[in-house]
Write a protein of this length. Structure first.
Length: 176
């Protein structure tokens, strides 16, 4: 049985609209993955506890570990944080889960080690980094920091550790 042209045309238009909507949704869902695509590369440099360089597309890309802040090099536990990051990641292939760029143009990212653990979380758990509340709402980082504090691990063994953002501010004020 053949349908009248008005009905079959309307049905065809409806199918076409549905297909176009599905296509548009598909494209929109792909855009964020292109903007912040995860990648895997070898760690070729460790600047400090929370900044590494990863080989990506044939060049070194600076990665600032997202959601954490390690002590500065001249701050208590700064050298230990850098050593820990080096031991865990240097020369290894890691996966970067991107979270955009910071104001210095570095890629912000979660660094996943070859064993599947998060370097960001490992630093906080071992008391070698603060959970950077200003930039991350991660309940996992919050829990790891609380656990490290209660266990007096790493920098939490100090009576009154100074967060790196306060330490940097004090250094800038001293220069003025």
């Amino acid at each position: 049985m053949e349908l009248p042209n008005a009905i079959s045309g309307s049905s065809r238009n409806q199918r076409l609209k549905t297909a176009m909507i599905r296509c548009a949704i598909f494209v929109l869902l792909l855009i964020p993955s292109f903007a912040f695509a995860d990648f895997t590369g070898r760690v070729i440099g460790v600047a400090d506890g929370d900044t590494i360089t990863v080989l990506h597309n044939g060049r070194g890309e600076k990665i600032r570990l997202y959601g954490i802040d390690c002590p500065e090099k001249r701050q208590a536990f700064g050298t230990k944080a850098k050593q820990f990051t080096s031991e865990q990641a240097f020369g290894k292939d890691v996966t970067i889960i991107e979270h955009g760029k910071d104001k210095y143009g570095r890629t912000l990212g979660d660094v996943i080690l070859p064993d599947g653990k998060s370097l960001n979380e490992e630093l906080v758990y071992n008391g070698l980094a603060w959970w950077y509340r200003k930039y991350s709402k991660s309940p996992r980082l919050a829990a790891f920091e609380m656990e490290a504090r209660l266990a007096h691990r790493g920098l939490w063994a100090d009576k009154d550790p100074v967060p790196p953002w306060e330490w940097r501010h004090m250094k800038r004020e001293a220069v003025r």
